[in-house]
Design a protein around this ligand. Structure first.
Ligand code: 6R9
Length: 648
């Protein structure tokens, strides 16, 4: 039995949801989802209230997900306008810049309303209207949030591309959704360095036939190359427009955003989230999972380029009228105390970060934490990957001083918001467990090959969902067939998340990690297929196979087996070149950690690469390779073991 940490009496007494209320609400949410969500759908302001609640089919050949389908609303009005009367002068966004010497900004809801209205009018002047796509490629500055909400206000669909992605990756996403406008900044300061965002945009749009326009925020004032007639300075354009922009009336099922994410095959897919269900989900989970109360200061350290930033920096907290902190920097700049200094400076109450950051900071020593006053902290959260008990305990003891419940939130880009997590006032936590389903979430554990539901405890298998929840993605942009194939075809009648899990004797869930060819590097999802296709695009590479291996800080590292063309020399220089090549093709987050030259790869007689074997060798666990008799040429395995790169 693992140790459990019960909520304190005062936490349980003051929380939105205590143990009894959780049980009651959870039962109601699954026994009568229509009644439950009809009630909780009211947390939003609807222009035309919905009369239908849930209309969902997980039937093969007819995957169709609709929530609140006849209601209309505007997402920006829900995140901004409706708070003006009651909390217009309250801070909506605290901006903490990369450089600690640059002053922080406090943007009130009234100010936010003005910024969003202006940016919305600028977008309209640039020709953007309802249903058009806008790419956002921005540093973590308030203008990124204005841009998201400006799109939502006029009914345009935004697609944020993480500022760490390369021009090629950006270009693919601009084309993928045929965006009309890209919103960016001159440079993005981060960790004391700068990324040339505008130059990246220029490169990405170089071969674009459709003349994509670009709106540029001046962040650093550095020189940028300008495309006359196509590029516009944000500060010049907002000076020409009024702040008054009436919100567009949108159907609950109109798309709010597209977010590209990695899968086990092919190129990243555009996950589509719609308006009503998504915002109900993001706002309800933000309030209840973090036990957010009026007046609290809430900080999620993610980047808006990832789904966590969408749901838990911008949409969820702002829909709740919260004060949300946006941080431009990194955990270790200027030193490993930065997170904790920011917590102290802004008196942060709820803090939400990724295990990879905790592991990196843990290694730097406790003094960086202990010199800061963290007494304001009430709830701590983690997301992105399984958290190892050492990091969990450090978070609990050193950061939280043993006072703060840790919510280990399991969810995905596809799920829109939290799916499984302990609730701070309701559940005793266990280091490393995602614990309990959120309201309306019906997890099942399936036997991986038969697909049968396993009802016994304890158990282990693949994690699926029996039914829909309001925040579920609706489709893959432009490819509904791929949506069905990816999530509903391995296990018919269920949503298949791609993760494995355990369920313990108490019925609590533990996520064990991906069961497909997706790896998780520093909490960032990466398809091994993407890295492979980047590698084979290099002239010297004949074939490549990529797998993950355990990495102390990043969780998983990227291990590449590369077969070279006959005329290419396996030199250190080429290794370096390939590493840079992948960084350029995808971005620094995809940078290979280890590259092993592989004269041959283990393949079945039908030519399928046996990744199971490659994973084992990369894990330095080559003693138990299992059955290799089906290999076309078993001798390649010995060669690979002999020259393995990870000997830890
Ligand atoms: C929100 C987010 C999703 C994948 C998911 C899983 C892993 C996320 C986790 C976790 C264990 C947690 N994951 N949270 N694994 N415990 N608390 O991260 O979305 O980028 O789409 O990644 O991340 O493997 O399938 P996304």
């Amino acid at each position: 039995m693992s140790k459990t940490y019960a909520p304190s009496a005062s936490m349980a007494a003051n929380a939105h949801v205590d143990a009894a209320k959780y049980d009651e609400m959870y039962a109601a949410s699954v026994n009568n989802p229509d009644a439950f969500w009809a009630e909780h759908g009211k947390r939003l302001d609807w222009i035309k209230p919905f009369t239908k609640v849930k209309n969902v089919s997980f039937e093969p050949g007819n995957i169709d997900i609709k929530w609140f389908e006849d209601g209309t609303l505007n997402i920006a009005a829900n995140c901004v306008d409706r708070h003006l009367a009651t909390r217009g002068s309250q801070t909506a966004i605290i901006f903490e810049p990369d450089d600690p010497n640059e002053p922080a900004q406090h943007i009130t809801y009234t100010e936010l309303h003005g910024h969003v209205g202006k940016m919305a009018n600028v977008l309209k002047n640039m020709g953007v209207s309802k249903g058009d796509r806008v790419i956002i490629y921005m540093p973590m500055i308030p203008e990124a949030a204005y841009a998201m909400l400006a799109c939502a206000r006029i009914g345009a669909i935004h697609s944020i591309v993480f500022a760490g992605f390369s021009p090629d990756a950006l270009g693919a996403r601009v084309n993928g959704c045929q965006a009309k406008v890209v919103i960016t900044a001159d440079h993005a300061p981060r960790g004391g360095r700068k990324t040339k965002l505008k130059d990246n945009v220029n490169q990405a749009l170089l071969h674009d036939v459709d003349d994509v326009k670009c709106l540029v925020v001046k962040r650093t004032g550095d020189q940028v190359a300008w495309r006359d007639g196509l590029d516009f300075w944000y500060h010049e354009e907002i000076a020409k427009v009024s702040a008054d922009c009436p919100p567009e009336e949108m159907n609950a099922e109109d798309p709010l955003f597209i977010l590209y994410t990695s899968g086990s095959t092919g190129q990243p897919k555009g996950v589509v989230h719609c308006s009503g269900g998504y915002l109900v989900w993001a706002s309800m989970t933000q309030e209840i999972t973090f036990d957010y109360h009026d007046g609290d200061i809430y900080w999620c350290t993610a980047d808006v380029g990832w789904v966590t930033g969408h749901s838990y920096i911008v949409y969820g907290p702002l829909a709740n009228g919260a004060t949300t902190l946006m941080f431009e920097g990194t955990p270790t700049y200027p030193d490993a105390s930065r997170f904790w200094q920011v917590c102290e400076k802004h008196k942060v109450n709820q803090f939400y970060t990724a295990p990879t950051a905790l592991r990196a900071l843990m290694g730097q020593g406790n003094e960086f934490v202990e010199k800061c006053d963290l007494s304001s902290l009430k709830v701590l959260g983690t997301v992105g990957e399984p958290i190892n008990p050492e990091a969990w305990n450090w978070y609990n003891d050193v950061v939280g001083g043993g006072r703060c419940p840790i919510v280990d939130t399991w969810w995905q880009t596809e799920t829109g918001g939290h799916m499984m997590t302990p609730l701070p006032g309701a559940h005793a936590t266990k280091p490393g467990a995602a614990m309990k389903p959120f309201f309306g979430v019906q997890p099942v554990v399936l036997e991986p090959t038969s697909g049968e539901e396993i009802d016994t405890f304890p158990t282990e298998g693949v994690l699926c969902m029996k039914d829909s929840w309001p925040g579920q993605m609706r489709t893959v942009w432009g490819d509904h067939e791929r949506f069905e194939k990816t999530y509903f075809s391995d296990y018919k009648g269920y949503y298949f998340a791609g993760d494995g899990c355990k369920r313990d004797d108490d019925g609590d869930y533990w996520i064990t990690g991906r069961v497909d060819d997706v790896i998780n590097v520093s909490g960032h999802r990466m398809g091994t297929a993407e890295v492979e296709s980047a590698l084979v695009a290099h002239a010297a590479v004949a074939e490549a196979a990529v797998v993950g291996y355990p990495h102390e800080i990043k969780g998983q590292g990227i291990y590449c087996y590369v077969t070279l063309m006959n005329d290419a020399e396996p030199t250190e220089e080429l290794r370096k070149e390939l590493r840079n090549w992948v960084r350029q093709e995808i971005g620094p987050i995809a940078s290979p950690d280890l590259i092993q030259w592989a004269p041959g790869l283990p393949k079945t007689r039908s030519g399928k690469i046996m990744r199971r074997i490659l994973r084992k060798i990369a894990e330095n666990d080559y003693g138990a390779l299992g059955d290799i008799s089906t290999l076309a040429d078993p001798s390649v395995v010995e060669e690979l073991i002999e020259n393995r790169m990870n000997r830890a």
